[in-house]
Design a protein around this ligand. Sequence first.
Ligand code: Q9C
Ligand code: ZN
Length: 368
Amino acid sequence: MRWVYSPAHVLHDPVHEVQFGVPVPAYEVPARAEAIREAMEADDSFERIAPSEHGVEPILRVHEPRMVHFLEEAWAQWAEHHRRRAAGPVDHPDAPVPALIPDSFLHPAIREGMGSSPEPRQNPVARAGMWGFETMTPIGPGTYRAARAAVDVALTAADLVLDGQPAAYGLCRPPGHHAPRAAFGGYCFFNNAAIAAEHLAGATGERVAILDLDYHHGNGTQQIFYRRANVLYVSLHGDPDRAYPYFAGWAEETGAGPGIGATLNIPLPEGCSDRAYLTELRRGLEAIRSYRCPFLVVSLGVDTHREDPICDFALTTPVYEEIGQRVRGLGMRTVVLQEGGYHLPSIGPSVRGFLRGVDGTATPAPPA
Ligand code: Q9C
Ligand code: ZN
């Protein structure tokens, strides 16, 4: 299988994220993608490809242009804002500029019954609070370039499949599935999977299915396609009654308007085992089969692993191969894109195992 990687991901290098109001070491770090790269490069059945530049247009087909514009200029505006404040009595004028993390959000209740507020333009903290939805996704000096490169990785993987490869993998970093049309958050800036799905649909006129296997519900992807009949969204994830992103992912959410029936959520309990996961996966794959379309985008998060530090499922490394084989059984043209996975020692083998399953090169089971 061919797979796509850009070294530009290292430009997004957050030090801290803010959880429950407290700065903790960032989980979504460059070492994640490097661990996956190393596992892939140790396996001769994979061939690494560099991404090609696709420009900003495919992003604008999915995302609010004002948000894209904000992300493009956020760091420069924040650095300037910080320098001006630091010139006061508190800090040294050339104190290092910390990452931009919003502290105040445009909660819908603030403006209830009053119409919308104008977009803030002066203060980068206000802008971040308009376009961001939480405090775990810092913006640093290279964040925009890394996020743009992740989209190029996704689109290049989609192009490989459009050009006839049965499957391809894009090692996207930062991930994407939490970003809805008009916000960033959940370690995500641009929704790589949604942009790839739109690219496949636009290039062929065919319908596209998305299978989201990340531990977290892909609220962004669901939102982008919620009213669309030509993109099916299927997700297995930690039940939002206990798990981030808390405000989407219930089984009762099945789409709206023309998209009714084109969203399927499968929320799962704490401690979900290999066996329970495979049983529930069957329902997801059945829905994709019934949808009858040629293309599949997989949002592959391996934060379902039992060792993952921020999640609570109990999957073991070997099951990812089995999951990949079952996805292969759909017989669809498949673009696999990286989402989460935070346990550095297991993410490489888990991702590689899944891809070997999809590719039909999985290691044979030991004799019984
Ligand atoms: N205290 C992805 O896996 N932290 N994003 C949740 C809440 C944010 C995960 C913990 C998790 C974002 C792509
Ligand atoms: Zn996740």
